[in-house]
Design a binder for this molecule. Structure first.
Ligand code: 5CU
Length: 381
């Protein structure tokens, strides 16, 4: 039997969340006055007033919210199991007094979706329509809630939901980034419950980094997605390192989106800058600075998805963290083919090809990256 293929980076906007976005008029929102051509406006650069509303953001279809479409996508691309997560910007923008309600609602919905799909995939189920694809999920956190205790309670509650296998989180944390000491109870709860945190970008870099307002009308999403997202992830996890999060919580497990942004490539430079920093106690200053080496953190705390679309990126990822910590993903439903006559998604086949080319002489490693590592790390049996 061939080993399972597991997609750890695959998103969904559950129908209730879509409905909430449709009712909003500020980012994030869905513009669809006639209920037939929804446009998703989630990135701040999408909301450019020089662009007519019906051309802002991007068109979205049912692949963003209908789980049967995801199951069909999985079958088409040979994916046996998906670990679905709410797409960005998650619950970051929710009013504080509604955050807990939304987290419980989304996470219960994810649990029910997985349970239903897996019932259909169960060979013992007489009603099974021969569906073989199975689902697990990562939960969303009520990070805007009035106190971190509510987030901690949700992390603990997720452990009671049978199909939940981690949490997804953006880089803003409680609003001030991931080196914020107020996050300590949350790191502690993740460590204590052995919950993997999937760290995913959303905010990118300020538009000024890309030439100021109007960047979208010139180059669309290329700069924010190709560069803004990976740099945002790199900065977020480096701030965690610099503030000693991995020293205080050595058991924390963090899966970094897009193969860690640029972290594997820049790790040596980051380490060198730390060693040369006079502010840190090790350089004669008064700021503690990180106690553990970045290389140790990369091999102990960090997991990387394989959503990097090329051999050099995968090679940097395995050199930094090891092939046993690299996990296949698709980023579905983002990056659909622009040519509607194409059926296999190039965004997926490119990643398959890159993994096969990187490990062409070691088929066991291909199988591990495609699914074995995820099955072990996320306990997907
Ligand atoms: O295309 C995009 O904007 C995105 C996004 O927003 N989130 C994601 O996970 N991938 C691509």
């Amino acid at each position: 039997m061939s080993p399972p293929i597991v997609d750890v980076h695959t998103h969904v906007y559950p129908p209730a969340y879509m409905q909430m976005l449709r009712a909003r008029r500020t980012v994030p929102y869905v513009h669809d006055p006639n209920n037939e051509d929804p446009r998703l406006i989630i990135l701040s650069s999408d909301d450019d007033s020089s662009i007519p509303l019906d051309q802002r953001g991007r068109p979205v279809d049912s692949s963003y919210w209908d789980i049967t479409v995801k199951l069909a996508f999985m079958r088409q691309h040979g994916i046996n199991c998906s670990v679905i997560s709410l797409a960005n910007p998650w619950l970051d923008f929710i009013e504080p007094n509604e955050a807990q309600m939304w987290a419980e609602r989304i996470n219960d919905d994810l649990e029910a979706t997985c349970a239903e799909a897996n019932k259909a995939a169960d060979p013992e189920n007489a009603l099974s329509l021969a569906q073989k694809e199975t689902l697990f999920a990562m939960g969303a956190l009520p990070l805007s809630s009035p106190t971190p205790n509510i987030v901690v309670a949700e992390i603990k509650r997720l452990k009671t939901l049978p199909h939940l296998r981690g949490v997804i989180m953006g880089t803003s944390g409680l609003g001030k980034g991931l080196d914020d000491a107020r996050l300590d109870p949350i790191w502690e709860a993740l460590q204590e419950t052995d919950t993997l945190m999937f760290l995913h970008p959303h905010y990118g870099l300020p538009d000024e980094a890309f030439g100021g307002p109007g960047v979208t009308s010139r180059y669309g999403h290329v700069l924010p997605l190709a560069l803004g997202f990976p740099l945002e992830t790199t900065i977020a996890v480096t701030r965690m390192l610099l503030s000693g999060v991995f020293d205080r919580f050595p058991g924390l497990k963090v899966l970094l989106a897009h193969s860690g942004g640029t972290l594997p490539f820049l790790a040596g430079r980051i380490e060198s800058c730390i060693h040369h920093e006079r502010k840190f106690v090790s350089g004669g200053g008064d700021v503690p600075g990180p106690q553990r080496s970045i290389w140790d953190v990369l091999k102990t705390n960090i997991y990387l998805d394989a959503v990097v679309y090329g051999k050099p990126g995968l090679e940097a990822a395995i050199a930094a963290s090891g092939s046993d910590r690299l996990l296949f993903g698709t980023d579905h439903p983002f990056f659909p083919p622009l040519d509607t006559k194409v059926s296999d998604w190039p965004s997926v086949t490119t990643n398959y090809k890159a993994i096969n080319a990187t490990f062409e002489t070691i088929p066991d490693t291909v199988a591990d990256v495609l699914g074995g590592n995820a099955t072990r790390i996320l306990n997907l049996k």
